[in-house]
Design a protein. Structure first.
Length: 456
């Protein structure tokens, strides 16, 4: 009498979303599958479980891959799953299973649907029908969830997350709101993100997760429309939120425009090491001058850079301490004019931005109601987006210098280079450095070489 070999069973379990991360759903599936194997008299030779991984998402399922490797190696005779959609939920996945079962001769058994015979035309047809209905179920669930999120967004409901400045229930956290307002003012005043981050870290201010501040963290917070009480859905503002704003809509709009991806996002670098880099321009070629050392004495200077292949001429220099002292004196004499300089017209820019957004929304509504065709809607949207791209946001706001010449002169030696730069950038657009006028005799500092383009 020939002893019949026991049927070797491999059990596969999967759950798409394990919110508690405890694996209870997978454990229940394994228990039911073991009971089916015991009832059939099969020997379980392997258990394969993917927890918190969707079969519909296309993500790699490690245990799923390991199960198929065991099938190809001939280590199992049958595969047991709680339901077939634990194994395959897409038509492409089913066709792969059909090929694998034909190749290995291994059958599939499920707790809920019984035997799935992929070796026969009828079995394959049944499996394809089951997969089609499973896909339909996923699609309908996705539509219901999407619609629910749309309704919540349209009603202005709080998204429910704990973010910097707001508790999970949307209550404003006063101390964090104050930091947000401080960051906004400093960014719009032209201060660098890294410098702000270092200052917050030095003061012991923590992020929502208790981490150190970085430039990217500051940018991410400040360009969030929620700070102005605006609800966002799928990357666009859907409605006015029901929570208290931390920033005004006008201020938030300016920040979002300045910090939008693809636009210059301000200064990310560290503290300014040199007072006039970026302000001094070569009078011969127009290139920004850089800090360097000149001659055998290594005297600090500003020079037009001479780089291979670059447009810079490399033929202009000026001694650093002399030009810095002279420019500072010019600033002291002119500072009183800055107090009367009008702020950028943010209101006009914001109004135009809102008008274009409203026109784009109206095009979508007209298309939905059948008033215009798709081509007209797309053409109109493209034209509006082109206008939006050309609409330059207001430049960084510089704080008005409510200070006298004497007070600024007295404070100047005690200010950091960044603080001195902030003052100069409020007053000066650029300084053009022209060639030396006197070419013979001892070289002396000649103010006539310099042309200051004032902002005030």
């Amino acid at each position: 009498m020939i002893d019949q070999k026991p049927t070797r069973a491999a059990i596969y379990a999967r759950i798409s979303a394990d919110l508690e991360q405890e694996g209870k759903g997978v454990a229940r599936q394994l228990k039911d599958c073991k009971a089916l194997a015991a009832e059939r008299g099969w020997t379980v030779v392997g258990e394969y479980a993917d927890n918190d991984i969707s079969a519909y998402s296309g993500k790699i399922r490690p245990e799923y891959e390991r199960l198929q490797d065991s099938m190809r190696a001939g280590d199992v005779d049958v595969v047991v799953a709680w339901a077939t959609d634990r194994l395959f939920r897409r038509s492409r996945q089913l066709e792969d299973w059909i090929d694998l079962c034909e190749e290995t001769g291994i059958g599939i058994h499920s707790v809920t649907a019984g035997t799935v015979d992929l070796s026969t035309p009828t079995g394959r047809a049944v499996a394809r029908a089951m997969t089609a209905f499973a896909s339909l179920e996923v699609d309908m669930l996705t539509l219901r969830v999407q619609r629910k999120h749309e309704e919540l967004a349209e009603s202005g409901a709080w998204p429910g997350a704990r973010v910097y400045g707001y508790a999970k229930d949307s209550a404003v956290i006063p101390e964090e709101a104050e930091i947000i307002r401080e960051m906004a003012d400093r960014v719009l005043a032209g201060e660098g993100f890294n410098e702000i981050a270092r200052d917050l870290n030095r003061r012991g201010v923590k992020t929502t997760r208790g981490a150190q501040w970085r430039a990217a963290t500051i940018v991410g917070i400040l360009r969030a429309p929620r700070l102005a009480g605006l609800r966002v859905h799928q990357g666009r503002i859907a409605s006015k939120g029901t929570w208290e704003p931390i920033l005004s809509e006008e201020l938030s709009a300016v920040l979002r425009a300045r910090l939008a991806p693809g636009r210059s996002q301000g200064t990310r670098g560290g503290r300014r090491k040199h007072l006039l880099v970026g302000i001094l321009k070569c009078g011969r070629c127009g290139t920004g001058m850089v800090r360097g050392l000149g001659g055998k004495t290594k005297t600090p200077n500003y020079r037009c850079p001479k780089n291979q292949g670059a447009a810079a001429c490399g033929r202009m220099t000026v001694v650093a301490d002399k030009i810095e002292t002279w420019v500072s004196e010019q600033a002291f004499h002119t500072v009183h004019l800055a107090a009367g300089k009008p702020a950028p017209d943010e209101g006009e820019w914001l109004q135009r931005t809102k008008e274009l957004a409203a026109r784009r929304e109206q095009l979508g509504a007209d298309y939905a109601e059948g008033l215009i065709d798709r081509e007209t809607m797309l053409a109109g949207t493209k034209a509006i987006r082109a206008q939006e791209a050309q609409l330059q946001p207001p430049t960084a706001r510089k704080p008005k210098l409510q200070v006298s010449e004497d007070r600024l002169r007295a404070a100047w030696p005690h200010m950091t280079t960044s603080e001195q730069r902030s003052v100069l950038e409020t007053l000066i657009e650029r300084i053009t450095v022209n060639p030396v006028l006197i070419t013979t005799g001892a070289k002396k500092f000649d103010p006539r070489r310099f042309e200051i383009e004032w902002k005030v």
